[in-house]
Design a protein around this ligand. Structure first.
Ligand SMILES: C[S@@+](CC[C@H](N)C(=O)[O-])C[C@H]1O[C@@H](n2cnc3c(N)ncnc32)[C@H](O)[C@@H]1O
Length: 212
């Protein structure tokens, strides 16, 4: 076993366990869905829950539900009366994901929408305290600008995959629109005086942004 793998294993043995329900969802995601690596897992899931408990948001937005793993972890940290609004653009995902969300212990804290968050969120009469951005990497800049308009000052954005497997260090080919999208987002956030920001090198990179 490589040292990094051994350390990953060590970390998982020394943090809170994921529930049997989440274990089953993670397994079903890998057995039944294409691109299961997109799902958050044990470590990131526990971290998302912890962030929610620290921030104590009333209204949470998630862009990119996929199988629902991160949605369930975000919802797990919510206080009574708080709500997660999670968006998935791929309607073929609904048959798999909706039952996992609706049969979970957090069903009453989750609203699951099928559609493009970029179109639907601006129409909503909600101001968010926390947003988890995990949609199409090509549109991170658009998600960011949209969310800032719908967020209280003091609100937080957590953006996933912002180190993009190290590709942010490269000069991307003009066809590599995902790396181009992430780099544009990172450069914009770095220079943006409207926010405070820090990058955690967890998994594929998580940027934590606070609206001033
Ligand atoms: C990386 S996966 C999400 C994984 C999930 N958040 C987790 O951690 O378990 C990204 C998902 O975002 C969805 N997506 C992409 N663009 C979107 C948009 N504009 N609105 C809503 N969902 C979108 C994709 O269809 C895909 O299922």
């Amino acid at each position: 076993m490589k040292e990094t793998d051994a350390l990953d294993e060590y970390i998982l043995q020394h943090i809170d366990e994921e529930s049997d329900y989440l274990k089953a969802l993670y397994r079903a995601t890998h057995v039944k869905l294409l691109r299961p690596r997109m799902a958050s897992g044990h470590l990131q899931g526990r971290m998302l829950k912890m962030f929610v408990q620290m921030i104590r948001p009333k209204q949470v937005l998630e862009i990119g539900t996929y199988s629902g793993y991160s949605a369930l972890c975000l919802a797990e940290g919510l206080e009574d009366g708080a709500m997660l609004h999670t968006f998935e653009i791929n309607d073929e995902q609904e048959d798999f994901t909706r039952p996992w969300l609706e049969n979970s212990p957090y069903a009453d804290k989750i609203r699951f929408y099928i559609g493009d968050a970029l179109q639907m969120v601006p129409e909503m009469d909600i101001v968010f305290d926390l947003a988890f951005v995990d949609g199409n990497k090509r549109f991170y800049v658009e998600y960011y600008e949209m969310i800032l308009k719908k967020m209280h000052s003091g609100g937080y954005i957590i953006a996933d995959n912002t180190l993009w497997d190290g590709h942010v260090l490269e000069e991307p080919h003009h066809t590599d629109t995902q790396t181009i999208g992430i780099k544009k987002f990172n450069d914009l956030v770095a220079a943006d005086t409207r926010v405070e920001k820090v990058i955690l090198p967890l998994r594929d990179g998580l940027t934590i942004i606070r609206k001033k």
